[in-house]
Design a binder for this molecule. Structure first.
Ligand SMILES: Cc1ncc(COP(=O)(O)O)c(C=O)c1O
Length: 479
């Protein structure tokens, strides 16, 4: 015990002396700005808080998308409804984890699924066999997607759903064209996010099935489509895409998000997707619609693309499918595309494809999404309008907020701040009891659909207060 106290005390004194020395020396030689001093100050303050409140325990887990040196990750010890708890703090989970927990934490109805599962006794059922819940889920997913007679292929999450979808389109084109390697490209928007794993794993395997697979996955995917802009109703983007289509006959599919998420909630102008759909049909190009983040009433309707009345050939989903209670992804394929697999093998397979626990939990979630004539969808729609109204008003108050954009309960503030300032805002939100995902210079707002209205409005008000505290950041940073 005493050794630990001595160690931390010594360590703190050492860091304090080191940083003070650095500041003194550098400042006297005018090698650093006030901005640098402020960063160091925040660093020491955080370090002191870490040490005093919880003792320093650097995480052994690699946190994604950031540097990991001396990283202390907050430990969540429990959660309930729209709240998550660390040992010291109660936080409003204002982005449903990573836009996952649509139905809120600690939902007793969903939790009952775990005991139901245990009572069945089986740990796992291979995808070459069936379970009641897997079949039921497939029928329901096809039903809500309006894809009669199609098929569903299960995955573990969002990225692998998109990977499977991408080579399904290539396989489809392979079996439907005379020149078999003709149509191999998948296009996506230059600002988009479809996951960050797995393509490599398929290519790495030295097994004979991989050689077959390679025909469909060892092909280019180009993020070259220009995102639409509201200023011209997306016409420049459509023109650019039309030119690409007319000058290439190698495109098998495009992949779009039902509604943009991590890229910064870039909105589709009204009727834009309908026109894009027509372009694809004219050029015989399939449409994959990624509903991983925007699906399951996140933007109001069950899937975000319903708002623009398009009919994709493939829909990919994950996240809200199980509201985060278990990992599960699904690729929902219309009958035109899936019928190709009546006589040709699908060259894909995962150990946990349609894991029986995931499918059971997904059915529980679907019960809730569909309950009372999809009441949750209406709630998400109405709260979404309110969120847009309140947050847009906030965005006009501060010069450092470029814009607030949202669709239903999926929105973000785009800040005109550098990464250190953004980190400061993120930490200040945490300090004020609010967890909001931050990606690049965007702070997201995407609470559980089930959040109560009072807490919802109160949290947005607190976000406003935090931004208010940040006004001085802008000034200090620019001294
Ligand atoms: C639109 C979209 N597609 C795919 C993914 C990747 O999903 P996962 O992280 O479950 O693989 C994400 C993740 O945020 C996403 O937002």
């Amino acid at each position: 015990m005493w050794i630990i106290i001595y160690f931390y005390t010594f360590r703190l004194i050492f860091i304090f002396i080191k940083v003070s020395f650095e500041l003194l020396v550098f400042k006297s030689f005018r090698l650093i700005s006030n901005k640098f001093i402020l960063i160091k100050f925040i660093y020491i303050k955080n370090l002191l808080c870490d040490t005093m409140l919880r003792g320093i325990r650097y995480s052994s887990t690699l946190a994604p998308w950031r540097t990991n040196r001396n990283k202390v990750l907050d430990t969540i010890v429990k959660a309930d409804g729209s709240y998550i708890y660390t040992k010291q703090q109660k936080l409003v989970d204002f982005t449903s984890g990573s836009m996952v927990v649509n139905l809120g934490h600690n939902n007793k109805y969903i939790q009952k699924g775990f005991t139901d599962y245990m009572s069945q006794g089986f740990a796992y059922v291979p995808s070459s066999l069936s379970t009641y819940n897997r079949e039921l889920l497939s029928d329901r997913l096809l039903d809500i997607s309006k894809m009669d007679n199609g098929k569903v292929f299960y995955t573990n999450a969002g990225a692998d759903s998109n990977e499977i979808a991408s080579f399904i389109t290539k396989e489809y084109n392979y079996y439907n064209s005379d020149i078999r390697f003709d149509k191999t490209k998948i296009l996506s928007f230059s600002k988009s996010f479809h996951g960050a794993s797995t393509k490599g794993s398929s290519l790495l395997s030295g097994d004979s099935r991989t050689l077959e697979q390679k025909k469909f996955i060892d092909n280019p995917i180009d993020a070259i489509m220009e995102n639409p802009s509201m200023d011209d109703d997306g016409s420049s983007s459509l023109k650019q895409i039309k030119t690409i289509f007319e000058n290439s006959n190698t495109i098998s599919a495009i992949i779009i998000e039902g509604s943009s998420g991590s890229a910064g909630c870039i909105l589709y102008p009204p009727n834009y997707l309908k026109q894009l759909e027509q372009l694809c049909r004219d050029h015989n190009i399939l449409i994959i619609c990624d509903e991983v983040m925007s699906g399951f009433c996140r933007t109001g309707p069950m899937f975000a693309h319903f708002k623009q009345d398009i009919k994709p050939d493939i829909i990919t989903c994950a996240k809200g499918l199980t509201s985060g209670y278990t990992p599960l992804g699904a690729v929902i394929i219309n009958s035109k595309v899936s019928s190709v697999f009546n006589n040709n093998p699908i060259m894909a397979g995962l150990t946990y494809s349609g894991h029986p626990l995931g499918c059971l939990i997904a059915n529980k979630c679907l019960d809730l999404y569909l309950e009372n004539d999809m009441e949750l969808s209406t709630i998400a729609h109405n709260k979404g309008l309110l969120m847009n109204d309140l947050c847009t008003k906030i965005s006009t108050k501060y010069s450092f907020i470029k814009e607030y954009r949202s669709n239903g309960l999926l929105g973000c503030f785009e800040l005109d701040f550098d990464p250190h300032q953004i980190e400061y805002v993120y930490q200040l939100l945490l300090k004020n009891g609010i967890y909001c995902v931050n990606i690049r210079n965007n702070i997201f707002t995407a609470p559980p659909l089930t959040i109560n209205t009072e807490l919802f409005v109160e949290t947005i008000q607190k976000i406003d207060d935090v931004f208010n505290e940040c006004i001085y950041l802008d000034i200090l940073w620019n001294i």
